[in-house]
Each structure stands twice: as structure tokens, then as C-alpha cells.
Design a protein around this ligand. Structure first.
Ligand SMILES: CC(C)(COP(=O)(O)OP(=O)(O)OC[C@H]1O[C@@H](n2cnc3c(N)ncnc32)[C@H](O)[C@@H]1OP(=O)(O)O)[C@@H](O)C(=O)NCCC(=O)NCCS
Length: 165
């Protein structure tokens, strides 16, 4: 995918406007989170974990939304978004299995959406990933495209989109 970036409207996210579920804290993520993010990726994306260099990029690349959810001292969720060709893309979103179905995925999605000021929001998701699709449908996204054999094992990706008024 060709990536064309321009400055996002906000340079720092005000996560305070999004309520994290009780006991959890929403915060900006940065380079210091690299080790924790690598561990979270391995647990959440056994087939698609990004290599270290891409994780590094997502944590330091300018004009990216990156937020984490912290429980105690532990990062238990992470999401990132960026502009690609004029639309805001949620490029990754994950919640540790031990902390799922508590609203963390929804909070991370809302935090990324708040940072991305674009009218059109998109993401790609495995065709078999019904949990994530349910989360996104819940957030107002619908399937608009299918990318055949997008993933390394040959599975299709569904592109989901949300248009903001
Ligand atoms: C997808 C994922 C981020 C959801 O995180 P989560 O914190 O459990 O999601 P939430 O608790 O905020 O769920 C919000 C809504 O999404 C839907 N949902 C989430 N997980 C679901 C599941 N396993 N089955 C059905 N619906 C689900 C529900 O509608 C849910 O609302 P409800 O709990 O009130 O019914 C998490 O399962 C995950 O990290 N999966 C592995 C990584 C991944 O697939 N990321 C997405 C890549 S595109």
C-alpha cells in the first residue's frame, strides 16, 4: 500500500476526554513501551505480529495516533492510527486476552478516532476475525471492500469504513 502522509490536525491526543473502564488508564504510548508492545503483539497476533522494526516505527513515526491502556504498571492494550491517502486508518488495535470484553477495545478505538480528524475512517481486518469485526460494527464501521489473500497465510482482508458527518 502506498502511504502518503500529511500533518494530522492534532499533534498530541487528549486521551482524558475518553473514559477508560474502571481500574484502567488510557495514555499516550512512546518508545519506552517497545518491550511491552512486542510482548502484547506476540500474544494478540500469533500469525501477524509485526517485526521489531515496524513496532519501533509505529512508536516513533511522526503524525501517528498511538495510545495504550495500562492496568497497574502493565500495558494491556494498544492502538495506533495514521493518515493514508486522505483517510484516517486504524493500523493496529489489540487487547491482552486476560482483559478482553471489558470495553478496552472500544475505548482504544474511540481514542484513535478522536486523534484522527478525518471524515473517513478505515481499517483492514482478517475475514475470520469475527470478534474484531463485531467491535468495529459496534463502533459504526461497515465492510466496503475485500482484499483477496492479503495476509501471509492467504486469508482475505475485509476493509471496514466509517463516515463521520
Ligand atoms: C478485537 C479485540 C481488540 C476486542 O477487544 P475487547 O477489549 O475485548 O473489546 P470490547 O470489550 O471493547 O468489546 C466491544 C464490543 O465488541 C464486540 N466484541 C468484542 N469481542 C467480541 C467477541 N469475542 N465476540 C463477539 N463480539 C465481540 C462486542 O459487541 C463488544 O461489546 P459487548 O462486550 O458489550 O458485547 C480483542 O479481541 C483483540 O485484541 N483481539 C486480538 C487482536 C485483534 O484481532 N485485533 C484487531 C485486528 S483488526
Amino acid at each position: 500500500m502506498k502511504v502518503k502522509r500529511r500533518s494530522l490536525a492534532k499533534t498530541e491526543a487528549d486521551w482524558g476526554a475518553i473514559a477508560a473502564p474502571s481500574g484502567y488508564r488510557l495514555a499516550s504510548a512512546g518508545l519506552w513501551d517497545l518491550g511491552a508492545l512486542q510482548r502484547l503483539e506476540k500474544v494478540c497476533f500469533p500469525q501477524d505480529a509485526w517485526p521489531l522494526i515496524e513496532l519501533l516505527g509505529v512508536l516513533i513515526w511522526p503524525n501517528m495516533a498511538r495510545c495504550k491502556i495500562v492496568f497497574g504498571e502493565e500495558m494491556v492494550g494498544f492502538a495506533a492510527g495514521q493518515e493514508i491517502d486522505g483517510a484516517g486508518w486504524i493500523v493496529t488495535l489489540a487487547v491482552h486476552p486476560a482483559h478482553r470484553r471489558r470495553g478496552l477495545g472500544r475505548a482504544l478505538l474511540m481514542a484513535c478516532e478522536q486523534f484522527l480528524s478525518h471524515a473517513v475512517l478505515r481499517l483492514a481486518v482478517r475475514a475470520s476475525n469475527h470478534a474484531a469485526q463485531a467491535l468495529y460494527r459496534h463502533g459504526g464501521y461497515q465492510v466496503v471492500d475485500r482484499w483477496p489473500r492479503y495476509y501471509v497465510d492467504g486469508e482475505d482482508a475485509l476493509v471496514m469504513e466509517k463516515i463521520r458527518g
